[in-house]
Write a protein that binds this ligand. Structure first.
Ligand SMILES: NC(=O)c1ccc[n+]([C@@H]2O[C@H](COP(=O)([O-])OP(=O)(O)OC[C@H]3O[C@@H](n4cnc5c(N)ncnc54)[C@H](OP(=O)(O)O)[C@@H]3O)[C@@H](O)[C@H]2O)c1
Length: 249
């Protein structure tokens, strides 16, 4: 039976694993980095923890006799995608990238595109002094030296307190979020700018709707470059591709 390895950590990866588990005669293994204390687990077999780079991933692919790899990691999980690309090339394994589209650019929002978290930090305090910072726990050190703005930092797990800006509040929460809840945060903390990665996906779009309603500019960090790979945007497209390409042996 074909074995599909789903590199996960996203809602799309979980949905794909659930759909594959329904197909008789298919073995699906999902993998997670193991960074989050209480991750939402996919159905079926799950492997938690890194592989030790492309060589380790290649060994795992060979050991488990993987027929196809779906890189369904988050659009900002750059290292894992490069690792998958190298490991699949070295083991001659088929690779598909499942990557949700970026956030749709609502013309009613003042979008300000930046290349990095450091550039986002440089845009302050000109862009705003009361910041809704939703870029996740990693990389917050880019804002540590920004002392002339207040930050409402929202992430899933607690960030390292050493790497945070001095004037801040930390909110531990994870999506999906509602427009009502986002507006409440914006109003309660008098937030005047939103900083987000261009992650895309519906779970977190309410913050953009809230920014539009309150007229907040949105500083959006562009996605990092990815290795060239066959790419689809939806779980059903991934299933169709696997139907054609994931055959035993
Ligand atoms: N970056 C984000 O904004 C973000 C947001 C939401 C969810 N996530 C999810 O969180 C995880 C970690 O993200 P990251 O930005 O730290 O990734 P990363 O920088 O690309 O990965 C760092 C290392 O973590 C291990 N790793 C990452 N994803 C893995 C997976 N799915 N299965 C097994 N090992 C994995 C790999 O270790 P080895 O080299 O040792 O194999 C990789 O080199 C990813 O699974 C991603 O889908 C990330």
């Amino acid at each position: 039976m074909p074995t599909v390895l789903v590199l996960g950590g996203t809602g799309e990866a979980r949905a794909l694993a659930a759909a594959l588990a329904e197909i008789p005669g298919t073995r699906v293994i999902s993998t997670l980095a193991g960074r989050i204390a209480r991750p939402r687990l996919p159905v079926g077999e799950v492997r938690v923890g890194g592989f030790g780079g492309p060589a380790g991933l290649g060994e795992y692919i060979a050991e488990q006799r993987v027929d196809a790899v779906v890189d369904a990691t988050h659009p900002f999980a750059e290292r894992m995608s490069w690792s998958a690309s190298k490991a699949c090339a070295a083991t001659n394994t088929k690779l598909l990238r499942l990557e949700r589209p970026p956030f749709p650019r609502d013309p009613a929002i003042d979008w300000r595109e930046v290349e990095s978290l450091a550039q986002a930090a440089q845009s302050l305090p000109a862009a705003g002094r009361r910041v809704f910072l939703t870029t996740g726990r990693q990389g917050l050190a880019a804002f540590a030296a920004t002392s002339d703005a207040f930050f409402l930092i929202r992430c899933v797990d607690a960030p390292d307190p050493e790497a945070l800006p001095p004037d801040r509040a930390v909110l531990l929460d994870r999506g999906p979020f509602t427009l009502e809840g986002e507006l409440d945060l914006v109003d309660r903390h008098a937030l005047d700018v939103l900083i987000t990665k261009d992650s895309g996906g519906e779970m977190t779009q309410a913050k953009l709707a809230a920014a539009r309603e309150r007229g907040l500019p949105v500083i959006v960090v562009a996605r990092p470059p990815r290795p060239a790979a066959q790419t689809v945007q939806t779980v059903s497209e991934a299933l169709a591709w696997l139907g054609e390409h994931a055959h035993d042996g």
